[in-house]
Design a protein around this ligand. Structure first.
Ligand SMILES: NC(=O)c1ccc[n+]([C@@H]2O[C@H](COP(=O)([O-])OP(=O)(O)OC[C@H]3O[C@@H](n4cnc5c(N)ncnc54)[C@H](OP(=O)(O)O)[C@@H]3O)[C@@H](O)[C@H]2O)c1
Length: 320
């Protein structure tokens, strides 16, 4: 792409916010950062109560409608219950079942009760209720989620998955309406035609992608160690990302990361976390810009190699 074309691309009008089903905008605020000290690129630790409130208020001010949390995210649900502006909708996840749990249905019911108690008014009608682990979709647990949807406690039910095999299994669950999966510009696992075909066949589904910045690592670039990647390989990847930012007329790495994710027709929205209000502003500005065109996405795929499995799947990082 010439520089003139890049400038034109940069000046295209921002696309209208996609009305993700249920009025969910393209940006969902991730809130694990509000509940635990978290993230390889996190330099400030867990925000205190005032800072957490400022993050939530800034997100609402910028038009973010939905918050992503989980029973497993420490005090995140309590923080939302206390400080999230009225009207923000919540997606939460059931506490992972303990190994050897014999009454999965009871454990799921108790987890949802605790979540709703912590969330207060925000828990009255959840935008979505997800299993945090696909392995937990067993022995009555899924039926409990269906009961909650039928009772109007959750608008949609679904699963947060880790890999394509889990996604394909989740799509077979009766009544599933929401999936969350990890995806970023070095992660090619989801581009297999078997996966994209299965998602294309389900336009009714909300598909939210997390880890678009790989917990901030893709933005921090050379400033942090990359799990499973020697420093010289990391430096070459960062140089290639920065060259794409320049050549495609993007405003920075965050803009490239979000524009890549949102250019996929099966992606409804991204969930991105922040430990400062400034980071919320960065991501909101990035997601307000147009996604990559098909040709631009092709360029990213051609110029960036697939990241190793140990890098693109944070659940495999030894630092966690
Ligand atoms: N300008 C900037 O520098 C700037 C701007 C915006 C963001 N950021 C950085 O980017 C980060 C967000 O990155 P992101 O959006 O790619 O990631 P993210 O969405 O915040 O997190 C990705 C996922 O990691 C998982 N996770 C949960 N608990 C965890 C734990 N204790 N340790 C590690 N992972 C855990 C969660 O998924 P599961 O529940 O499925 O495990 C979470 O949804 C921010 O925290 C910030 O540091 C920087």
């Amino acid at each position: 792409m010439t520089r003139a074309n890049a400038r034109l691309a940069a000046e295209r009008a921002p696309k209208p916010v996609r009305d993700g089903v249920g009025g969910q905008g393209v940006l969902v605020l991730g809130t694990v950062q509000l509940g635990v000290p978290y993230g390889v690129a996190n330099r400030v630790g867990q925000p205190g109560p005032a800072a957490a409130e400022a993050i939530l208020a800034e997100a609402a001010r910028l038009g973010v409608t939905h918050l992503d949390t989980a029973r497993a995210y420490g005090t995140s649900e309590r923080c939302i219950g206390r400080a999230a502006p009225r009207g923000m909708r919540v997606v939460t996840k059931v506490a992972p079942l303990e190994p050897g749990e014999t009454d999965a249905a009871r454990a799921v019911r108790e987890s949802v009760e605790r979540s709703r108690a912590e969330l207060g008014a925000h828990g009255e009608r959840l935008a979505a209720l997800l299993l945090h682990r696909m392995a937990d979709a067993r022995e009555g647990a899924w039926d409990v989620l269906r009961d909650h949807r039928d009772a109007g406690i959750a608008e949609r039910i679904g699963v947060s998955v880790q890999n394509p095999a889990e996604l394909l299994a989740a799509l077979r669950l009766p009544g599933i309406g929401y999936v969350q999966l990890p995806f970023n510009l070095l992660d090619r696992r989801w581009l297999d035609p078997a996966v994209t075909g299965a998602l294309a066949a389900r336009p009714d589904l909300v598909v939210t992608v997390r880890s678009v910045y790989l917990q901030g690592l893709l933005l921090a670039g050379r400033d942090v160690k990359w799990p499973g990647v020697p420093d010289p390989d990391r430096d070459a990847l960062v140089a290639a990302i920065d060259a794409l930012v320049r050549d495609l007329g993007r405003t920075g790495r965050a803009d490239l990361c979000t524009a890549f994710a949102l250019s996929h027709p099966w992606v409804t929205s991204i969930v991105a976390g922040a430990e400062t209000a400034a980071q919320v502003r960065d991501t909101a500005a990035a997601t307000a810009r147009p996604p990559l065109t098909d040709a631009e996405r092709g360029e990213v795929l051609a110029r960036l190699p697939a990241g190793p499995a140990d890098l693109v799947d944070p659940s495999r990082w030894r630092t966690r």
